[in-house]
Structure formats: C-alpha cells, structure tokens
Design a protein around this ligand. Structure first.
Ligand SMILES: [Zn+2]
Length: 399
C-alpha cells in the first residue's frame, strides 16, 4: 500500500496540472494483488459512496419512468435498437406505464440518455439505441480490428483508414459484415456522427480522426496568403477535443477537407478545411508549447485562414469564423466545469504559416489593445503592429 501511495504522489500527481489534483484523493488509492481479494472490499465501499454522490442519485424519478426503464431493459434482451414511433405506440397502448403523451416519453428518454442507459436524439426522434455497449463494440471494430489487413481485397482501403482515418462505405460494410452492425449501418453512423466520433465527408466516405497518423509540413501552404494565428490556450487539453472540433466543423459548419493532388490535407495534429465559399480555407492545429513563456497554458488550438495567391483574405469571413469556432470550443469544453476559465484567447506575435520558422509566441488578446505592442516573450524582443494581427479577426475595429 505504501508503494501505491508513493506511485500516486510521485508518478501521477507530480505530472498533472494543479487544477486536476482536486479530483484526486489518496483515500481512493487501492493496491491489488493478482488473483487475490485483498482490498476489494474497500474499493467496493468507495465505489458505492461515489455513485451515491452523483448528480442524478436521489433525484425524484417518477414511478412511470422506473416502469419504462424496466420495459426498456426487457426490450434490450431481444434487440439493440428500437424505433421511436413504435415505442410511442406501445407506451400509449400500455396505460399501466402511466406515460400519457409523446412529450412525457421524450422527457423520460432524454433522462435515460443523459444517465447513459440508452442513446436517444430528442430533436429528430429517431431510432433509439437500447444497448450502448453495442455501439461501442461497432466502433471498436473500426479502430481496433486489424484482422482484415490480411484481406488483400481491402488492403488499399484499410491503409487509407489506418493512415489517414478515411473510412469508405465499402470497407465499413466489410468490417461489420460478421455481426448485425451492417444491417443498421445508417443508424449507427448517425449516432457516431452525433457523438463526434466520425464526420461525414460524402455519402460514401467518413473521417475517423483518431486513426489519422499523417505528418503535416508547412510546405502545404506554399503560394498561399495566410492570416495571423488565433490561439485558444489551455492549461490541459485532451487530444480528443481537437478531433471533435475538426469533426464538428465538418458536420456543423459545412466545411470540407481540402483535397490536393497528393491527397487530403488532414494530418495527425493539423487539419485544413475548405469553407463554404470554396475560396477560404481554415487550418486547425493543436500544439504543445514547451517554452517557458507558456508554462501556465501550454496547450493551444490554433486557427489560421489561407487563400491561394494572389487572392486576399476576407476579414468579414474570418471574424465570423472566430465567432463560430469559439462557440464550438466552448460547447466541447463544457465538461471542464470546475475550471474558472476554460481557455484564453490570444494571437501569435509573428505572421507566417503554421509550422513554419516564424512561430513567435502567444500574446493574450487583452494585451493587444494599442497600435503597437512590445513583445518580450520572443528570444529577440520586437515590436508587433497590432493591426496586422487583429485585422483578420476583429473586423469592427478596423473598418
Ligand atoms: Zn514575439
């Protein structure tokens, strides 16, 4: 046990930002031995008390909902999904359940969705996924199953998935053919889209960001005009937030990955998407900044627009992008509720393409309020023309 505590303090706590330490408690450190019950009782007691302290614990759940939950569990034994319309008819035909109309059913299902019992989308009232593990298993086949590598027929398509995260409809059917997943392909994909696990590029192609292993080079932006770099800085940032941001720009802002002769411009830590006007492109990148000037907020998601020379960047469009992307990041980081501020907005002090040799440092938005700013963060101090940085993102200040 002493060893476990030592490991907890020296190896885990030592490496985490202090804001996260409030979620850890040495009373919840347990040491186990292989094939032994030692300390299991303590763990069980701890689990029970943690569960009881959860948000929904002890909430007044109407009796009708409890009855509905057991009905759903019964349905789950024979099927993984169930159409909303059919469930509604069933429920209205069963007065014993005590649910009188569609609205009451939606409220109950929304509660079960939030508590992780089912997956349900109240807005479109589509098919309900009764068995959440079933969807997880379907996704596991996309990201983990390597047995099909041996299948020569699909080798090219598998390479695309494994290297670029591009999943074709044909390969998906192949991956799911052994189970009943392929029969429910549209429903499963729809729910995965909703959960930002993948994005639809076309009817025949999806993007699964966690599979992308491609490296980005700033040479991609050769012969492009680039904007300054808008930065969202974080104390701590799960990689998943970056993936989900890219997926949500494709799904919700109608952007499309930029395709060039040598392939699609989506890389492991950088994605370049085309905006709806088909002229402007937006680069979304994630970085870990290890310079001493960024120790407090070392992670950044950075946004840079670009157009092909000699076109000029339209700052009305980029200002709108700033608003849309900020809103998306706010939504995606809502789970970080214990943090006073989720992220800082700032800009790189130097102009130049993402990943080039003119990186500069991140300057907080509130520090860029005059016409010039002396940057002491860079190795060589320099003067920043504030307008040259902000003109892309704060159009109201410069018109
Ligand atoms: Zn600088």
């Amino acid at each position: 046990m002493l060893q476990a505590l030592e490991f907890f303090h020296n190896k885990i706590c030592e490496h985490l930002p202090k804001e996260l330490l409030i979620h850890l408690d040495e009373k919840r450190v347990f040491a186990f031995e292989k094939e032994s019950d030692k300390n299991i009782k303590d763990l069980k007691t701890c689990l029970a008390s943690t569960v009881k302290s959860q948000r929904h614990w002890g909430e007044q759940v109407p009796i009708s909902w409890t009855k509905l939950e057991s009905a759903l569990r019964k349905l789950q034994e024979s099927s993984n999904i169930y159409p909303f319309g059919e469930l509604l008819t069933c429920v209205l035909d069963t007065p014993d359940l005590g649910i009188k109309n569609e609205e009451e059913l939606i409220n109950a299902l929304t509660f079960f969705h939030e508590t992780g019992i089912i997956l349900f989308r109240p807005k479109i009232k589509s098919t309900i996924i009764l068995n959440v593990q079933w969807l997880v298993d379907a996704f596991k086949l996309i990201i983990l199953d390597e047995t099909h590598v041996k299948d020569i027929q699909n080798l090219e398509q598998f390479k695309k998935l494994n290297r670029h995260g591009l999943l074709s409809s044909e390969l998906l059917i192949k991956l799911w053919e052994k189970d009943d997943f392929h029969q429910h392909k549209d429903i499963l994909v729809d729910h995965m889209k909703q959960l930002d696990m993948l994005a639809e590029i076309s009817k025949e192609m999806w993007y699964v960001p966690c599979m992308n292993k491609q490296d980005y080079s700033s040479a991609t932006l050769k012969n492009c005009q680039v904007s300054s770099r808008l930065c969202f800085s974080f104390k701590f940032l799960p990689f998943d937030i970056y993936h989900r941001l890219v997926v949500s720009c494709i799904n919700n802002l109608e952007m499309k990955p930029w395709e060039r002769e040598d392939g699609i411009c989506i890389y492991h830590t950088v994605s370049i998407l085309i905006c709806t006007d088909r002229i402007h492109r937006v680069l979304i990148g994630i970085r870990y900044n290890n310079e001493s000037t960024h120790t407090e907020y070392p992670y950044s998601i950075e946004i840079q627009t670009n157009v092909t020379n000699p076109r000029e960047i339209n700052s009305h469009l980029t200002s709108k992008l700033k608003k849309d992307i900020s809103e998306n990041i706010t939504l995606l980081t809502q789970g970080f509720s214990s943090w006073e501020r989720h992220f800082h907005v700032g800009y790189r002090c130097k102009l130049g393409p993402f990943g080039g040799n003119q990186e500069g440092r991140i300057i907080a938005e509130e520090d860029l309020n005059g016409t010039e700013f002396d940057c002491h963060k860079c190795r060589e101090c320099h003067v920043v023309n504030v307008k040259s940085i902000l003109c892309y993102w704060e159009v109201r200040l410069f018109t």
